[in-house]
Design a protein around this ligand. Structure first.
Ligand code: 5GP
Ligand code: MG
Length: 179
């Protein structure tokens, strides 16, 4: 039996080990280095979940670049309009810049669709997305994602920056809910 850890009321087991995560992140960085050769991208890391992925990715980025950190606040506007996402913390101009969004996980895709829409309105010269995880089965609308670390099944995951009700972001491996 796999050993489990408990976070709040739930049990989790290791799903993807740190060494596997890091190897894949290095490969993503290599693709980005090739695609952005001669350019100077601005990375926008979405807090809180992407902090560990962003740190690991940046260590293998060799093109000249900048990074800044954003927060997306979401709240329920009305029953009919659903969630509204507002981008907080973007003080630099992204006009005519090559932008790469760094996200932890894309689930329904609705958050990323809204982030992309708001950033595109500020006329970057290009906009791409690097996400560590994606759950293809959960996607509600088609969305273009240029760099995907791992496609995973539609289960709740924890660790490597991702939390369960505030806890677990510090775990170095990725965990999944135990059945
Ligand atoms: P989306 O708008 O794509 O449905 O939501 C994306 C956000 O939901 C992610 O940035 C993340 O904060 C959260 N999320 C989605 N799936 C998971 C998961 O399996 N585990 C954790 N910890 N957060 C998740
Ligand atoms: Mg997130």
């Amino acid at each position: 039996m796999k050993s489990t850890i408990q976070v709040h009321d739930k049990h989790f087991e290791v799903f993807i080990e740190q060494s596997v995560l890091e190897k894949r992140i290095t490969a993503l960085a290599s693709s980005i280095n090739q695609d952005y050769a001669g350019k100077q991208p601005l990375f926008l890391a979405i807090l809180n979940g992407s902090f560990m992925f962003a740190a690991e990715l940046m260590k293998s980025i060799t093109v000249s670049c900048e990074i800044t950190f954003l927060r997306v606040s979401s709240y329920q506007a009305t029953e009919s309009t659903g969630k509204v996402h507002q981008i907080l913390g973007l003080s630099e101009s992204i006009e005519n810049r090559d932008i790469i969004i760094i996200e932890d996980i894309i689930d329904t895709g609705l958050t990323m669709i809204e982030i992309k829409k708001q950033l595109l309105a500020q006329n970057p010269s290009s906009l791409s997305v690097a996400t560590l995880f994606q759950k293809p089965e959960a996607l509600k609308q088609p969305i273009e994602i240029e760099y995907i670390g791992f496609e995973i099944e539609n289960k709740f995951v924890l660790g490597y920056g991702l939390d369960y009700d505030g806890l677990g972001r510090n775990l170095a491996d990725l965990y999944v809910l135990s059945e």
